[in-house]
Ligand binder design. Structure first.
Ligand code: NAP
Length: 250
């Protein structure tokens, strides 16, 4: 059995992780810690992997503390900058265990991770590409971090394939053509009733490929979280891994 501790256990994501761990045949909940709980309760004698879903202002501190206690980690909290990731790498370099592992993933929805990957593969074969992301109206950022990542991956693929600029987007009101990210128009829809959705449109003369990922509720993240926990627990991923795609056989 994989012994899993959850940090941020009373939050929306954290409480879903607690339920997912309890429901998994190969996992047991070793600790659940909220904002007033003690991270010192999470140690290697009782925990194999800690899952962290808190707030960006607390996450780095939690991760560094748990690395110092020798615990492997799966982290879903967003807001990671290169500087913060470097601090995690430095902490791992002097960690108590040489094989210590941390996975930080900005998106655990397997459908979104695969859509992003498939788009980056397909983009080099298409003249035009646009990204539409659709979310509930309470989302704090626009466009979404995932859509930005997808557009950047498409931009990189287009450069690799030495594609010319897209043959469209020069007429009409600029605002109606979306935000250009790495040369790719990204459109953000905010609509009551939606959760988290992304559509990548790829066009050639006479044909179109549409890649679409739909996340209907928080349960969509749990298979990816459990996959990361199992992969870390299996060993062989020491150091920092950024992105769930690194753990998929792509
Ligand atoms: P939430 O419902 O606000 O939960 C955050 C929880 O963190 C709260 O229970 C809070 O406790 C707790 N917390 C705050 N500071 C803490 C600390 N120092 N130590 C331990 N716990 C602490 O937020 P959420 O919707 O679960 O989202 C959590 C994070 O996950 C956000 O960054 C969000 O963007 C991210 N997220 C990531 C993914 C992904 O796929 N990677 C998916 C969805 C969301 P109190 O209420 O007591 O302050």
């Amino acid at each position: 059995m994989i012994r899993v501790a959850v940090v941020g256990a009373q939050g929306r994501m954290g409480s879903s992780v607690v339920e997912a761990v309890k429901a998994a045949d190969d996992m047991v909940l070793s600790a659940s810690v909220g904002s007033t709980g003690e991270l010192s309760d999470i140690r290697t004698d009782s925990t194999d992997v800690a899952v962290e879903f808190t707030v960006p202002s607390a996450s780095l501190g939690n991760v560094l503390t748990l690395i110092g206690q020798g615990v492997d980690l799966v982290v879903g909290t967003t807001g990671w900058t290169q500087e913060k990731l470097d601090q995690v790498r430095q902490a791992l370099a002097t960690a108590p265990r040489k094989d210590q592992a941390v996975c930080i993933a900005p998106n655990f929805a397997i459908s979104a991770v695969l859509a992003d990957y498939f788009a980056s593969k397909a983009a080099e074969y298409f003249t035009s590409a646009e990204v539409i992301e659709l979310h509930h109206p309470d989302k704090v950022d626009a466009p979404s971090g995932t859509a930005i990542h997808t557009a950047q991956a498409i931009g990189q693929a287009r450069r690799r394939a030495r594609l010319a600029s897209m043959p469209d987007g020069t007429q009409g009101e600029a605002a109606s053509r979306g935000q250009l990210i790495d040369g790719v128009p990204v459109h953000a829809v905010r609509l009551q009733g939606l959760n988290a959705h992304e559509e990548i449109l790829l066009g050639n003369t006479g044909e179109q490929l549409t890649i679409r990922a739909d996340s209907f509720d928080r349960s969509s993240f749990m298979p990816g979280v459990l996959l990361a926990v199992r992969t870390i627990a299996a060993g062989g991923h020491e150091g920092l891994t950024v992105g769930l795609d690194q753990f998929l056989d792509l």
